[in-house]
Design a protein. Structure first.
Ligand code: B16
Ligand code: MG
Length: 209
């Protein structure tokens, strides 16, 4: 077991991809650009502006930076409204129990998320106090697969990157962990990725690593 464990948020602790989908879909429909769940899958772990660029691959016109920012803002307003419906019941007892046990075993726990809404999500599901530090989209300039968000998380908990492991569901997140010289644990989609050091099927399996 490593001294520090850094958790991706969306796809590992909570599942907000349905909200991302709904919000992007509403924005895309209004713009008249095709968007479906397959494209939505490509947005996992990707920053908001990079996600917008992926959606705009199917857009014929050209947009200024200001127009793009307005679209991203529109999506975020819809998304935050949907996040407002989240409650502590959106986190499983398995996740809460595992986090408590890992901490009791002496591990330092951090969040390493691309989302600028990470702190709001943690508040909604009442999980803020389970972590020693939060590194998110508000404290980085480069998004995954760049390791910045995880390196900051390691710095916040005072552990060397090689003493940390990252738990991720997205390929870009596993790449970021490896680029940061950390051990990569893959759950969900990332459990089938060849760069993952330890694939797991359930969150509680973390207690056995
Ligand atoms: P926001 P994670 C990521 O969260 C999501 O997986 C990704 O779909 C989203 O675009 C990104 O956060 C940015 O989110 O618009 O809230 O800043 O998986 O890194 O926890
Ligand atoms: Mg994720």
């Amino acid at each position: 077991m490593k001294k520090g464990i850094i958790f991706d948020l969306d796809g590992v602790i909570v599942f907000t991809d349905k909200f991302h989908y709904q919000a992007w879909k509403e924005m895309a429909d209004e713009l008249g650009v095709y968007f479906d769940e397959v494209i939505n899958n490509r947005l996992r772990g990707v920053s908001r502006m990079d996600s917008l660029e992926i959606i705009l691959e199917r857009y014929d016109g050209t947009l200024s930076q200001e127009e793009k920012e307005a679209l991203a803002e529109k999506k975020n307003t819809i998304y935050r409204k949907l996040l407002g419906t989240m409650t502590p019941e959106d986190v499983t007892e398995e996740v809460r129990d595992t986090l408590r046990k890992l901490r009791k075993n002496g591990c330092k726990l951090a969040i390493g998320s691309s989302s600028k809404n990470a702190k709001y999500i943690l508040e909604r599901v009442e999980l803020t106090d389970y972590f020693d530090a939060i590194s998110d989209g508000t404290n980085i300039t480069r998004s995954k697969p760049d390791p910045e968000v995880f390196l900051k998380a390691a710095e916040f908990i005072g552990e060397a990157p090689e003493d940390c492991m990252v738990v991720e569901d997205a390929y870009a997140g596993i790449d970021a962990a490896k680029a940061g010289n950390m051990t990569a644990v893959g759950i969900g989609d990332a459990s089938g990725y060849e760069k993952t050091d330890y694939p797991i099927q359930t969150f509680a399996e973390l207690l056995r690593l």
